[in-house]
Ligand binder design. Structure first.
Ligand code: NAD
Length: 348
């Protein structure tokens, strides 16, 4: 298995393989870039089909965190951890203590947090042996979803202003895919802002809750991408913008919380070609990580909210640069992030 020649290897500073026989821990931590500060990124637990699949995932995710932190204006770099195992069967206190010791062994170069398959409880076990964790109850920032939803709201405002020249969401129709943690908070914020809502979820009860509370119009999961409105807000799955969705899409704006929304980079080009404004996922969904970056004994909620609100200006800058250069917004976002962390490494 190649590391330096791996297709997802992108100059990662460090890749650590951790093993602890007694607890059965097999884990990989990837530190992509620490030019802006120590690497921050969640720990994922997943029953990977192979070690190669786990390595691919951690390399890709760690790189993504560097870009996300750079554009969120955080003094953090990018990193990520994966534990190879089934979160439904393989969790134990010993496993998370061993993982905590592995994180601790890096002396603060990497800070971990929850991610897919890892709960706050698991992170709190790690926190017993390392202080390099974020997102614990004691740290004060709590559930990231309301902050993520607020970031998406200001991102939608930025997109609507740029694309439609409207400074209010009053009467703007937003089709929200997924009424989960982020989607339901987003529906509340949009409703307060006067938007009209259409919502879908594969969980009928979740849709009905949002429909009852905010007067959202429920539609079947397969219908949401074709809703005739101003904004399509993907808040469920990744890879939602693919060839099929492009054919159905009617909204001139795509702006939502889901990670990895483009099935392939060429779909970003295709959105641009069709005149659809795309708010790059890792920029618009950074509210949760921004909030976490403020946690600690001096946690100031208003300062965190103001920081999340700056997603608006970052997106306006990206939209402007993309238009001026004739490139997709996804590429403009990558370039702006690269400028930020490259500048930091040159200054060091
Ligand atoms: P969640 O699991 O609470 O909600 C996702 C919802 O999507 C669920 O209600 C699920 O039933 C629904 N869903 C699944 N497949 C669907 C489909 N085909 N059509 C419609 N609905 C479907 O997750 P969440 O925390 O709300 O996160 C939503 C998305 O935002 C994810 O992609 C996540 O990675 C991303 N994200 C979340 C945060 C956060 O703070 N929670 C931060 C950054 C990014």
């Amino acid at each position: 298995m190649e590391i330096f020649g791996h297709p997802e290897f992108d100059g990662h500073e460090q890749v650590i393989f951790g093993h602890h026989a007694a607890s059965g821990l097999n884990a990989i931590i990837a530190i992509h870039n620490t030019d802006l500060g120590p690497a921050l990124g969640g720990c994922r637990m997943w029953p990977y089909a192979s070690e190669a699949e786990a390595l691919t995932d951690v390399l890709r995710l760690a790189r993504g965190m560097t870009y996300k932190s750079a554009l969120a204006g955080l003094a953090y770099g990018g990193g990520k951890a994966v534990i190879l195992g089934d979160p439904r069967k393989d969790k134990s206190e010993a496993l998370f203590l061993a993982m905590g010791r592995l994180v601790e062994s890096l002396g603060g170069r990497y800070t971990t947090a929850e991610d897919v398959g890892i709960s706050v409880d698991d992170v709190e076990v790690m926190a017993r042996v390392t202080k390099h964790v974020a997102g614990t109850r004691a740290a004060g920032a709590g559930d990231p979803s309301p902050s993520t939803a607020y970031g998406v709201l200001v991102g939608i405002r930025a997109a609507v202003a740029h694309k439609l020249g409207r400074n209010s969401l009053d009467g703007v129709r937003v089709a929200v895919q997924g009424a989960g943690h982020v989607g339901s908070h987003l529906c509340r914020l949009l409703d307060e802002a006067g938007a009209r809502l259409t919502v879908s979820d594969i969980d009928d009860a979740a849709v009905m809750r949002v429909a009852d509370e905010f007067g959202a119009e429920p539609v079947a999961p397969e219908a949401i991408t074709g809703v005739a409105g101003e904004v399509f807000a993907p808040c469920a799955l990744g890879a939602v913008i693919d060839d099929q969705t492009l054919e159905r899409l009617q909204a001139p704006i795509v702006a939502g919380s889901a990670n990895n929304q483009l099935a392939a980079p060429r779909h970003g080009v295709e959105l641009m070609r069709r005149g659809v404004l795309y708010a790059p996922d890792y920029v618009i969904n950074a509210g949760g990580v921004i909030n976490i970056s403020h946690e600690g004994p001096d946690y100031d909620k208003q300062a965190a909210v103001d920081h999340v609100g700056r997603i608006h200006d970052t997106l306006r800058e990206i939209f402007g640069r993309a238009e001026a250069a004739g490139i997709p917004t996804s590429e403009a976002a990558d370039r702006l992030a690269e400028e930020r962390f490259t500048k930091a490494s040159e200054a060091a």
